[in-house]
Design a protein around this ligand. Structure first.
Ligand code: A2P
Length: 339
């Protein structure tokens, strides 16, 4: 029988995309229930040809619900995911709150779908930058074990939610009208700027966002020997995260072999023809499902290392699509039940 599905945070940047993706992929749901804060309760939201009425998220929201996808902030997930699971509803959570909990599988379906078998009611969707990176790392790791990754990110404002999309838009208008710019989501002007500061700073000098890439990669790949160092940067792009990756492997993978391995891997589209000016860019990755890889080359400065450029839609593969793919896998494997 088809599940009753709730989307918590349905009015947000990721929540809206989730509803679009559920509709696009014709997710077999008996009913879809959009949940958000009291601020938007009663408002209407489109789903396929109908309009759904947004309900306020409360402790009673999950009675009779089989599956809930959360993207309403860490605090909301912390409080409501266990309540949902207790009432027999399986939760796929997009926040960072549950990701490193040992009882919570952290899953990218192209990489570690088998981890879903052990779920206890809550499943975590990884960080957007981690998802598109591990989709690319896994097939290379399977051929030659990855020793170290150096990654720098160029992250779109949509990753900080709808308010941030509005902030970039507003600042561009303000600047063209010679008005003063008023940052609020970000500590500085984001229009025509790059901000090397995502989430809070930690004692080790990294940001939380950077440490998410380090720790989540190990958990998803199931291999503690994969060392990652990251610098995460917010750039004035609306949709699509880009990453420069330097990947050191145990043995040499040639440029041609890397292209062949990645071309055959699930969820990846290789766009790598410099002569024809073909390489991935966020402008063209927005709205797409694949993780795009280009600029593949052997690192000339050391042994057994590759450089590449990886781009994906952070709201789709980086968030909503990955969560829906997890939900589809749960359904197919008959795992939509809390043990
Ligand atoms: P609302 O629109 O009612 O504020 P974004 O990531 O784009 O900022 O969206 C955040 C999403 O999470 C929105 O759907 C928002 O609903 C929802 N949300 C935020 N705080 C809460 C809360 N305390 N309870 C329920 N939903 C919340």
């Amino acid at each position: 029988k088809d599940p009753v599905v709730a989307v918590a945070g349905a009015t947000g940047a990721v929540g809206r995309e989730m509803l679009r993706i559920l509709a696009e992929r014709d997710f077999p749901a008996k009913e879809i229930i959009p949940l958000a804060s009291s601020r938007s309760a009663g408002s209407k939201i489109e789903y396929k040809d109908s309009k759904l009425i947004v309900q306020e998220l409360t402790e009673d929201s999950f009675k009779g619900v089989d599956l809930a996808i959360f993207s309403a902030g860490g605090g909301t997930s912390e409080k409501y995911a266990p309540i949902a699971a207790k009432s027999g509803c399986v939760v796929v959570d997009n926040s960072s709150f549950w990701r490193m909990d040992p009882d919570v599988p952290l899953v990218v379906p192209e990489v570690n779908p088998e981890d879903l078998e052990k779920h206890q009611g809550i499943i975590a969707n990884p960080n957007c930058s981690t998802i598109q990176m591990v989709v690319v790392l896994k097939p290379l790791h399977d051929v030659s074990r990855i020793k170290r990754v150096v990654v720098s990110t160029y992250q779109a404002v949509s990753g900080s939610g709808q308010k941030a999309v509005h902030e970039l838009e507003t600042q561009v208008k303000q600047l063209f009208n010679m008005e003063e710019v008023t940052p609020s989501v970000y500590p500085y002007q984001i229009a025509f700027n790059c901000i090397p500061h995502l989430d809070a700073f930690l004692d080790n000098g990294y940001t939380k966002e950077e440490m998410k890439m380090v720790n989540e990669t190990v958990k998803i790949m199931g291999d503690e020997s994969v060392k990652v160092t990251a610098t995460t940067v917010r750039v004035p792009v609306f949709f699509g995260h880009s990453e420069s990756l330097n990947v050191q492997t145990e043995s040499r993978i040639s440029r041609e072999d890397a292209r062949a391995i990645l071309t055959q891997a699930p969820g990846i589209r290789v766009m790598d023809n410099p002569e024809e000016k073909i390489y991935p860019m966020p402008l063209f990755a927005a709205g797409k499902d694949e993780t795009f890889v280009g600029r593949i080359r052997e690192d000339q400065s050391t042994e057994n290392a590759l450089d590449m450029w990886v781009v994906a839609d952070n709201i789709r593969k980086g968030a909503a699509l990955n969560a829906v793919q997890i939900a589809e896998f749960l359904l197919v494997k008959d795992l939509v039940r809390v043990p």
